[in-house]
Design a protein around this ligand. Structure first.
Ligand code: NAP
Length: 527
């Protein structure tokens, strides 16, 4: 039986922090949970970062097979936690056990996916340009490129995915896959879950004979722990999922360091959902119930929650709003992740209900407990949406805002007006393709993922997935935090010019000892 101790894991050691004492919280029963956790002081942050730095050179050169086996061992160790992990995550987050089991499957699958990528080695981007000594007017040197890891990465787990976007989530898995040691700042909303998963990683480090500094878990009782971590000179990049204010604060700190570092923060998105006239005509009922499910899924605590529904005003559109509203109202109240998130939701919904030009079309009913959240559907006009910037802000929870446009031109204007997004969805039929074609170039500039006739909640971990987008969806529109390309965030290219064969890394040696697909004089080949 695994017993929580409230300790941090600093390299191979478990240490009870003395800077402050804190507890996890059960948002359903409204009670503190055992055990007490000890928070890190600056000395422990320094120790974790220094260990990570000293592990870096040894870790980045372990054979790819050993690195892949390490990721798979973490997956095995997480699975071995069995119900203990699910029970604890359920207690701390109020998320249903079935959802958490699915999330565990995704977390483990993601680790195995990155293991397969590490073995295959395409991420190294091995590229060789042969020397051209006879070229005139100037000879070309021998040039070879490979990607190398950036160095130790700080990871901030997200509250809404205590497994898949937390201690062993996508940021950690992709950073470890890239060859970077990781120091995680545990999310205060799921401290016990964090300790369990961190121990699974620590055991994998030991079992695989890796340097202890490859992984550490820090606990903090205030912003100071995260600030000290991001400011530490050993840290070379940051992965974050959470609020816009948190992400911006960390990006600001990282930019002000003596040596600025990249921050990959996934922050805020309202995921515009365009219902075009043909879709409304042909699929009104199915679309309405699918949308109500998507808005309220997981109490709306998804970064891909459809928080903005854009349509051309019509009798059908009004009917659609009624059906979506009725379906949302039937969902009742549900407990949110934390009382802080629930409080912010209630305040934001009240503010929106009081905004001139906004109508509350439907609201859930039921006991409005301390951490409960009732669904709410709002309606406004495009002219109000275009002039009131606060209507474009994310409300984290089971709510959405319908924007009714007078015509196609106004719908296009709304598309132009929205901020950067993780996703944009087009609900359409073939007779809508002309309008959709006008929207496409706009949506490409706005979002990391464009969906046709689907719902944005649900993010596949695969080669082609993009979970990113222009600000404020993320702090860096060139990146994704989910999918194979997530590794790119923690790599940089190095070019080797005229190096003797003895000093070349294996990935770019003449005889291709790693059997990689490589670009050789502009041609992709396996030799
Ligand atoms: P958060 O407040 O941004 O916290 C996320 C992590 O960052 C925590 O570990 C927090 O730890 C740390 N942090 C936040 N601000 C910091 C600062 N100024 N300096 C250093 N560290 C900082 O996010 P949350 O608690 O998960 O949720 C709050 C809100 O975030 C939600 O209401 C929602 O709007 C949004 N959210 C968005 C997403 C998304 O997917 N985009 C996901 C979850 C939440 P400390 O508090 O201990 O410093």
């Amino acid at each position: 039986m695994v017993k929580l101790t409230g300790e941090m894991l600093i390299g191979g050691r478990a240490i009870f922090g003395t800077a402050a004492r804190l507890r996890a919280f059960d948002p359903v029963r409204g009670v503190d949970l055992e055990p007490v956790f000890g928070a890190a002081d600056v000395g422990l942050v320094n120790r974790a970062c220094t260990l990570a730095e000293s592990a870096f050179d040894a870790y980045r050169i372990v054979p790819l097979e050993a690195r892949a086996a390490f990721l798979e061992q973490i997956a095995e160790n997480i699975l071995a936690l069995d119900d203990v992990l699910i029970e604890r995550a359920h207690l701390e987050s109020a998320l249903p056990k079935a959802r958490l089991e699915g999330e565990r499957g995704r977390t483990v699958g993601q680790l195995r996916f990155f293991a397969s990528l590490v073995r295959e080695g395409r991420w190294l981007s091995a590229t060789l340009d042969s020397a051209m000594p006879e070229r005139t007017p100037l000879p070309r040197p021998d040039l070879r490129l490979q990607k190398v890891p950036l160095g130790p990465v700080a990871v901030f787990g997200a509250s809404n995915f205590p497994l898949a976007f937390s201690v062993a989530g996508g940021d950690t898995a992709s950073a470890l896959a890239a060859g970077c040691p990781v120091v995680v700042k545990a999310h205060p909303a799921h401290l016990g879950t964090s300790e369990l998963v961190a121990r699974a990683i620590q055991h994998a480090v030991q079992a695989c004979g890796l340097p202890e500094g490859v992984f550490s878990l820090l606990i903090g009782a205030s912003n100071e722990t995260g600030a000290a971590l991001v400011s530490h000179p050993a840290i070379r990049a940051v992965g974050f999922t959470g609020s816009r204010s948190g992400g911006l604060a960390l990006a600001d700190m990282a930019a002000k360091r003596w040596e600025p570092i990249p921050v990959y923060a996934e922050m805020s998105s309202i995921n515009p959902f365009f219902v075009l006239p043909g879709a409304l005509e042909h699929r009104l009922n199915a679309l309405a119930s699918g949308l109500a499910d998507s808005v309220t899924l997981g109490v709306g605590q998804f970064c891909t929650n459809p928080g903005l529904i854009v349509m051309i005003d019509s009798a059908k559109a009004r009917q659609f709003i009624d059906i979506v509203g009725e379906a949302m109202a039937r969902k009742g109240g549900q407990t949110m992740l934390t009382s802080g998130i629930a409080g912010a939701y209630d305040r934001s919904v009240d503010k929106r209900a009081g905004t001139e030009g906004v109508r509350l079309a439907a609201a859930g009913s039921g006991p409005d407990g301390q951490a409960g959240a009732l669904p709410a559907l709002f309606v406004t006009s495009a002219s109000d949406f275009l002039t009131k910037n606060e209507l474009g802000e994310e409300i984290f929870g089971p709510t959405s805002l319908v924007v009714l446009c007078t015509n196609e031109a106004q719908l296009v204007e709304v598309a132009h007006h929205v901020e950067g997004q993780l996703t944009c969805t087009l609900q359409m039929e073939p007779d809508d393709y002309a309008l959709a074609g006008r929207l496409m170039p706009i949506l490409e500039r706005k979002a990391g993922r464009i969906l046709a006739n689907g719902f944005p909640t649900g993010v596949e971990v695969s080669h082609a997935m993009v979970h990113g987008g222009p600000y404020p969806a993320t702090s860096d529109p060139r990146s994704t935090s989910v999918g194979a390309s997530a590794m790119e965030r923690f790599l940089r290219p190095v070019c080797y010019q005229d190096l003797p064969a003895e000093l070349l890394p294996a990935s770019v040696q003449d005889d291709n000892p790693l059997a990689l697909w490589r670009v050789r004089n502009g041609q992709l080949m396996k030799n």
